[in-house]
Design a protein around this ligand. Sequence first.
Ligand code: 5AD
Ligand code: FES
Length: 346
Amino acid sequence: MATDLLAQKLAETFDLSDDEFAILLESDSFDGELRRLADNARRSYYGTDVYIRGLIEISNYCRNDCFYCGIRRSNRYVARYRLTKNEILSCCATGYELGYRTFVLQGGEDTFYNDDLICEIVSAIRKLYVDCAITLSLGEKSHQSYKAFFDSGANRYLLRHETASSEHYGKLHPPEMKIDNRKKCLFDLKQIGYQVGAGFMVGSPYQTTQDLIADLRFLQQLEPAMIGIGPFIAHSQTPFQYFKSGSLKLTLRLLSITRLLFPYALIPATTALGTIDPFGRELGILAGANVVMPNLSPLNVRKKYELYDNKNCTGEEAAECRHCINKRINSIGFNLVTLIGNVKKR
Ligand code: 5AD
Ligand code: FES
């Protein structure tokens, strides 16, 4: 097949061979076409709507030691914090006032929050905000724990697979962490009934084109409702401090390819993308993303949740952040919607 039709073939058939994906991934000559087609695909499901989710970073304690992550347990320089149930509820209250209808509770794998405590927090939010989605992003747990959170009122769960290749996974994580468990967690979550979010970093150390293709293939198996893709950014207090960051171009290319593979998906323009380029989030939306996740965490803890260096929006009040994002989204011809924004099934 003539390579100039590859992007079109992807848009029409929702698939390509590995060799064809490799051609798209390794060249920048398809980027304009990919962006145009991804924009069409997104518009056919979601129009110009961009959904807004309020991110509450509940704890930066983590029992894991991922080599890329700034809050890994070996980083002795992090000032650790935990939000109380009341602090979390007060973030939700601020968010609700500002129009947020999805609250994302994200944290390191912190055993302080046992299942009972998480269920108590989720139930309290559920009771107060019947019209909101509750998204959890608290790492790997047992099927039983995930089920308990779901029964307490959680609807969605974000757990990036990070990389689908077990060899590459082993280069990003200590030996006790296994890709098979991560994948099992994702399938458990789906089976329980969550809208599931998977995803990966672009340009993480040692990543190859074949690894990226494996990521796309894994997503095809899982068919997640949400797909988080952002550039790797080095954190100066991690073993990966000297690696270079993932590129804007390749991240945007993957956003477009992912949109074409999963036209129905909810795909965020990530904070990491906004961190490597001042216009990154807007470019992400133009490339096919349709979700933004501004920070609702209390101002005094934001700096402490630094997964990577120079993380964006750690100084703005939730309200300021909300309005600045609104203006920026409007400036590129899209509109922020404060609806619950569930996935549109095929
Ligand atoms: N650069 C970019 N993204 C990172 N994450 C963690 N550390 C980094 C980093 N250094 C991402 C991971 C994780 C999500 C919450 O943040 O993909 O799943
Ligand atoms: Fe916390 Fe990776 S360092 S999950």
